[in-house]
Design a protein around this ligand. Sequence first.
Ligand SMILES: [Zn+2]
Length: 285
Amino acid sequence: MAFASFKEVLLDGLKNGYAVGQFNMNNLEFTQAIVEAANEEKSPVILGCSEGAIKYMGIDYTVAMARVAAETAKVPVILHLDHGPSFEYVVKCVRAGFSSIMIDASHYALEQNIELTKRVVDLCHPLGIEVEGELGRIGGTEDDLTVDERDATLALPEEAKRLVEESGIDALAPAIGSAHGVYVGKPELAFGRLQEIRDLLPNTPMVLHGGSGIPDEDIRKAISLGVSKINVNTENQIALTNTIREIFAKDAKVYDPRKYLGPGKAAIKEVVKEKMRLFGSSGRA
Ligand SMILES: [Zn+2]
């Protein structure tokens, strides 16, 4: 199959009460593990790729790997730019063949966020490419914030409504207290805030970033409140690295990369399959 429609996949999740996982590609093993898991679970899947990962793999290799994955898969596969940093970078990814785009203008004031996000939507929509925008600050490097500081980083419902309506985005990532990377302490999602945003935007799929390490019951609650895309990367990275670490600890002489990358890939695949069952996307493709 060619790449699937981002919007169609997310709206089906929103309508039927499940979320589609975005799993980030870091190399060939990640790409294969993610798509094999999707095939076995009969789940739609989003391959996410950030600027850093694109730089690491090369943009042409990235698109080529994702394309082979989509063409050979029996389920919908999407290649999504994760945290697109600028209009120019979005243009580069659109030209290279990405099938959907996230523009992250969340560090700007609202007016500039709307302006840049709308510019990306105006470029992408005529090409059949759908867009995710972000509002508020998703944590990651700011985990030692106090509660007041944390509240200031959460997305405001009225601003969320303006960003969605004025830019025309297809999905919204509102900051609701999740963070990228490994959580310091228990993550506290702002469900009240999520509910308020959902009340104003009942038909907009919402995206939860930093999905690794959030308790299962919180994931289910977020899905019930309109989250239909959940991003997972850290847990897959940890699964791969821990597996390799164990192999090296047991056998200091191993040198064939297939002997440790193979089991590492299998470990990623298991994490992805578990997430698909938790998100309710298994059996939906
Ligand atoms: Zn993110």
